[in-house]
Write a protein that binds this ligand. Structure first.
Ligand SMILES: O=C(O)CCC(=O)C(=O)O
Length: 298
């Protein structure tokens, strides 16, 4: 069960003002431990990896070779993406309960596999077809949940506080390496931390500073539903068998975050109710039998 601390208003205010905030202790110790154990269903442990990096040469392919797309093989990972306190923070930050969970990635990095250094950039470049608004309307809330400690040696994300980067034009999307090194703040924090930042904030991935280190995180990004120009993935794309396990485990509200048809939606009829029940063994279809279009998805 979730016993975490609700993301404080002050954290969200810092995201509004400074563009980012790092909150240690977002996950409770049990949630964190269960998620860490589930990582090894997808990735080699550090001991396995460093015993024979060549056997794990897939991680040398690119910085992003260690990114696994949603859903995962365990509820202990999947539940983090639909964590009630994260959803609550996104609702308060974006000022709406009409949310669209538009990106989830589980990312493993191993020192020496590749160079994880990146130029400074803003995530809107790959999360939106247009550009951020200067009045900060239509924001996207992007997050990292740390599943391992991120020390100065672990390539902490470098972020340029909003006020120091606001003068930098939105185009070009990438800034010359080193140009704002003095302004960069490293996002150092313990496992279980939540890093929230905006998609109009200059930041970059960085390389490990010492050998034998590894870093694991889950990235979960939200925008207001109906932001048709924003997004990153089409949920039905991958792994129907993992969706078949995940969907029945979710609440109606959690399914709603992915755009699943709401109770009362015109999509539902006797045929779709029956066939969706067959596709997702164990799902409780009762709420979708409700004809009330004002059903509260939460
Ligand atoms: O991994 C990180 O620390 C940051 C990655 C990043 O900014 C990106 O891939 O856009």
């Amino acid at each position: 069960m979730c016993g975490t601390v609700r993301v404080p208003d002050a954290t969200l205010e810092e995201v509004h003002q400074r563009g980012f905030s790092l909150m240690p202790g977002f996950l409770d110790p049990e949630e964190l431990k269960a998620a860490q154990e589930a990582l090894w269903l997808h990735f080699p442990t550090p001991e396995d990896y460093f015993a024979d990096p060549e056997r794990h040469s897939r991680y040398a392919g690119s910085q992003f070779a260690g990114v696994e797309e949603f859903p995962y093989k365990s509820w202990d990972l999947n539940r983090l993406a639909v964590h009630p306190d994260l959803v609550d923070a996104a609702e308060r930050y974006l000022g709406t309960v009409q949310l669209h969970l538009y990106k989830i990635e589980l990312w493993a990095k191993y020192a020496g596999a590749t160079n994880y250094d990146q130029p400074l950039h803003r995530d809107f470049g790959s999360h939106s077809l247009v550009v951020p608004r200067l009045d900060h309307h239509y924001q996207q809330m992007t997050t990292f949940i740390y599943l391992s400690e991120v020390t100065a040696d672990d390539g902490p994300t470098r972020i340029v506080p909003y006020e120091l980067g606001a003068h930098v034009p939105f185009t070009p999307l990438y800034i010359e390496r080193g140009a704002m090194a003095d302004a960069e703040v490293p996002m150092i924090g313990p496992a279980g931390s939540l890093l929230i930042y905006r998609s109009d904030i200059l930041h970059r991935g960085a390389n490990f500073a010492s050998a034998g280190r590894s870093r694991y995180s889950i990235l979960v990004d939200f925008q207001a539903r109906g932001t048709t120009w924003g997004g990153k993935m089409a949920w039905p794309k991958d792994s129907p068998h993992l969706w078949a396990t995940f969907i029945p485990q979710c609440t109606v509200r959690q399914r709603d975050l992915f755009g699943f048809p709401r109770p009362g939606h015109d999509y539902w009829n006797e045929q779709t109710l029956a066939d969706v029940a067959l596709r997702y063994p164990g799902i409780d279809m009762t709420p979708y039998r409700s004809a009330d279009p004002s059903f509260d998805a939460r």
